[in-house]
Write a protein that binds this ligand. Structure first.
Ligand SMILES: C[S@@+](CC[C@H](N)C(=O)[O-])C[C@H]1O[C@@H](n2cnc3c(N)ncnc32)[C@H](O)[C@@H]1O
Length: 249
């Protein structure tokens, strides 16, 4: 009673509860060098627990998911934490998990996605790779469950943490918890302003010496946003196989 009264008084004066409540775990996540697992901070219960795996046969359809660029970047960065923005059915995240294992690494790969698709997923109702793959049930996409199933089929649940959120809100969460990452892979929306917003939102989360990489240089929106952002930051865009990346000094 007293707590909720106090809360509404603070709200009235323009303070969010976060400004008055210390986030207990933030220190732990923020202070470490990437070793703290974020899974228990994001999920009170494991998303993999009691999953009805038999209902979802493996389906790893994706785009540029198995690129050799991941092998090169992981071997170089030896990441302890990876953030992926845009995961879809898990192709690239699962590939990174397997490459990491092959290198004797065990990074946590946090997958940020709404699993609602980008704009091009909603423009052609006959497209088997996009609209139809959203697997709408009563009008709402269920492709997230295919992703969870794929992670389990490939036995990567120890490394992959789903974060079902918008890129924007997840970036705010990472900031609030003082989270940084060695590698951030941006493959969400390909619209120029969205890509630019992702770069602004995630660049500060890249650890010094780390890399922000992206897909789809062939898309105008991606190319224009990355070029603009790199120019503003005074960094160069490097092409690597079918990916591009920016290095944090
Ligand atoms: C091209 S797919 C990702 C492909 C994936 N990396 C692979 O290897 O197959 C783009 C994904 O970004 C997600 N997405 C688009 N805009 C987003 C946003 N603003 N926030 C979170 N996820 C978003 C979509 O739901 C979709 O799953």
């Amino acid at each position: 009673m007293f707590k909720s009264l106090l809360k509404s008084v603070f709200y009235r004066f323009g303070y969010s509860i976060c400004k008055v409540r210390p986030v207990a775990a933030a220190g732990a996540a923020g202070a470490d060098a990437g070793g703290t697992r974020l899974m228990p901070l994001i999920h009170a219960r494991s998303p993999y627990q009691d999953f009805p795996l038999a209902e979802y046969p493996p389906d790893l359809q994706g785009w540029g998911s198995q690129s050799v660029a991941f092998d090169t970047l992981l071997a170089r960065l030896k990441p302890r934490r990876i953030i992926e923005v845009g995961t879809w059915k898990g192709g690239s995240a699962i590939h990174m998990a397997k490459v990491a294992r092959g290198l004797g690494l065990a990074p946590e790969i946090i997958c940020v996605d709404t699993w609602l698709g980008a704009v091009e997923f909603w423009t052609d109702q006959q497209d088997p790779e996009r609209y139809l793959s959203l697997q709408c049930r009563h009008g709402y996409p269920t492709v997230y469950y295919q992703f969870v199933a794929n992670v389990l089929h490939e036995q990567c649940q120890d490394l992959i943490t789903p974060f079902p959120q918008t890129a924007t809100i997840a970036a705010l969460w990472f900031r609030r918890y003082g989270v940084s990452a060695d590698l951030i892979y941006v493959d969400g929306s390909h619209e120029e302003e969205d890509v630019y917003a992702d770069l602004v939102g995630y660049w500060d989360l890249v650890r010094p010496g780390g890399v922000l990489a992206g897909d789809d240089w062939g898309w105008d929106g991606v190319r224009l946003a990355a070029t603009r952002f790199a120019r503003e930051q005074g960094v160069v865009v490097t092409q690597l196989a079918d990916k591009w990346y920016l290095e944090k000094a």
